[in-house]
Write a protein that binds this ligand. Structure first.
Ligand code: NA7
Length: 554
């Protein structure tokens, strides 16, 4: 659909009840809910329209790796049912998801409270006033009782610091900041792509279709599973909805007490004979896009079990990729599932094309960029007309630090989290009163269908805000001790699994100097819901509330 013109940025008051940062799926739904509470609210969004991730990530091949029929809001059953026959594909492409975000913005009249092209540059807690003072790159200075971050987990694009990039005479782009004003044409071009995460695995097969030559620079090979993407005809929609209902019914309440990696499996790897195992893996490969590492109960906890699953995928790579040397380079040698599981459309097959080359930059790292292209440590020049950085994001903490948040006594969030993020329930932090982080570190968001996670946080937070209104609370802060307990709980849960053993963005390992801490919570959404509900039932145990009646602190 046509890009809407930049909406009117509208007036901005000096003071609000709530400031929300970001108008992606989290910020949009948060706005919808705080309005229902009658709280005056403004949303600041650095992009020119709603959509967040789906606004910025317009790179070739960009699509969601969760199924469209569930990767959408559930809060309004009419919205969901009105839209279900409009999704074009099982895993829809970025433009279709952005269209949906725009539809939601229209349907709930959200844009009038969103100020676009406006980035928050600083947020400082004013203790005497019990307010946040928020500054923007447009020179606004606005106060609010509550500050809600909806900045997303994967929104701080990282271009590695490679000497000479500024001398490159061709074009270069990061997948997460792809040009919107023009179509990037690869035809006749020599393209070098750096990075083979979800974005790179989606981009390479599409770029290869038109580029004269594509060279993929791979630092770490990835396990990827075929998406088996299909167009969504009404028949496919009905069949899919039925399949999903059956699965939900089968799971019943069990998910509420199981951790993420225990939800789907019913047996352990070595309960099956080698033949049964092969057949089961084949069934997962053929049907269960994205669920591959969760087929057996112990894949993510027992190294020997994990190796069985990993070997199955390595055999697939060998069978798909014709050149044995290239196939060997594509072979991941760490536990499957411990980096974010990728689903793909024709990724391994892409390396059978005559115009595609794979370079192992672990063996021969990038040394510098020259006007002609990329030069490796061994002195090899890979000539390029275009360089595509599919190099990922400073995940989870990067977007929050970008807000320059200063809490009690001016303490910066960066300093409070110098050795890794510390949160209570992934939504609040000690020393930062009246600040809430949607899908923050310590929440299960990045290991779930993130829209489910968003709704879970927004719903829970709306009930909390309502409670604070009723109780005339104007200052709420997570207890240090409750925060320490939650952070330990997240670490202990991760340490039961193989996840922390692998370098990944979950671990902060993709960013030089970032503390090595497993940032998300591996409990999974259902167990997490049980846990946060319990906190609410216990009158928000672990939070300290101060009310207006009690008078202000001197
Ligand atoms: P990812 O998954 O972080 O992938 C980034 C890729 O870029 C990955 O292959 C990295 O290798 C590689 N990379 C990162 N920095 C460098 C440098 N300096 N040199 C060479 N290669 C580098 O980001 P994506 O955008 O693909 O996906 C992010 C999430 O979005 C994804 O997980 C889904 O949740 C959606 P590495 O593995 O670090 O060795």
């Amino acid at each position: 659909s046509a890009e809407t013109s930049t909406p009117d940025t509208g007036a901005i008051a000096d003071e609000y009840d709530t400031i929300v940062v970001g108008a992606g799926f989290a910020g949009m739904y948060m706005l919808h809910r705080v309005r229902q509470l009658g709280l005056s609210t403004v949303v600041f969004e650095r992009g020119s329209d709603v959509g967040g991730t789906w606004y910025w990530n317009t790179y070739p091949g960009a699509r969601c790796d969760a199924e469209s029929l569930v990767y959408n809001y559930a809060f309004d059953p009419e919205l969901r049912s009105d839209y279900q026959y409009r999704w074009p594909e099982r895993f829809s492409r970025q433009p279709a998801i952005l269209d949906y975000a725009r539809h939601v913005a229209e349907r709930y009249d959200l844009r009038r409270d969103i100020r676009f092209d406006t980035a928050v540059t600083r947020a400082a807690w004013d203790e005497p006033a019990r307010q946040w003072v928020v500054e923007t790159d447009r020179g606004h200075r606005v106060r609010a009782r509550f500050l809600i971050s909806a900045v997303g987990c994967l929104s701080d694009s990282q271009v590695p610091d490679i000497p000479g990039l500024n001398t490159f005479r061709g074009d270069w782009f990061h997948t997460g900041r792809w040009p919107r004003e023009r179509e990037v044409d690869f035809s006749g071009k020599r393209v070098v792509q750096i990075g083979t995460g979800s974005s790179g695995v989606q981009a390479a097969p599409v770029i290869a279709q038109t580029a004269a030559h594509l060279t993929v620079l791979q630092r770490t090979p990835q396990f990827t599973i075929p998406a088996w993407n299909v167009p969504l005809t009404p028949e496919v929609v009905d069949a899919s909805l039925e399949r999903m209902q059956q699965m939900t019914a089968q799971l019943g309440d069990t998910a509420k007490t199981r951790r993420l990696w225990e939800i789907f499996g019913t047996k352990k790897t070595f309960d099956d004979s080698p033949e049964e195992r092969e057949a089961f893996f084949e069934q997962l490969w053929q049907s269960a896009a994205g669920a591959f590492p969760f087929g057996y109960l112990d894949t993510m906890t027992d190294p020997a079990a994990n190796e069985e699953a990993a070997e199955f995928v390595r055999r697939k790579i060998r069978s798909i990729v014709k050149d044995p040397e290239t196939a060997e380079k594509l072979m991941p040698r760490y536990p499957i599932g411990t980096k974010r599981q990728i689903v793909d459309t024709g990724y391994y097959e892409t390396f059978n094309r005559p115009n595609v080359t794979l370079e192992d930059i672990r063996a021969d790292p990038i040394d510098r960029i020259t006007p002609e292209g990329v030069v490796s440590a061994s002195g090899k020049l890979i000539e390029a007309d275009v360089i595509v950085f599919a190099t990922g994001f400073d995940a989870m903490t990067g977007p929050l630090f970008g807000l320059n948040i200063e809490g009690v006594e001016g303490r910066k969030l960066q300093d409070a989290w110098a050795s890794g993020p510390q949160t209570y329930l992934g939504i609040a932090a000690h020393g930062f009163p009246n600040l809430f982080m949607l899908t923050g570190p310590g929440s299960p968001s990045v290991l779930s269908n993130v829209i489910n996670s968003i709704e879970q946080h927004v719903n829970w937070l709306t009930t909390l805000l309502e409670h604070l209104q009723e109780q005339h609370v104007d200052r709420i802060e997570a207890d240090l001790e409750a925060q320490a307990r939650w952070t330990q709980h997240c670490t202990d849960t991760a340490n039961e699994t193989l996840w922390p053993q692998t370098d990944s963005w979950y671990m902060g390992a993709n960013i030089p100097g970032k503390p090595r801490v497993f940032m998300p919570y591996l409990g999974g959404n259902a167990l997490y819901q049980t846990e946060i509900d319990e906190v609410a039932q216990k009158n928000y145990e672990g939070f300290e509330c101060r009310s207006e009646q009690a008078g202000r602190q001197p």
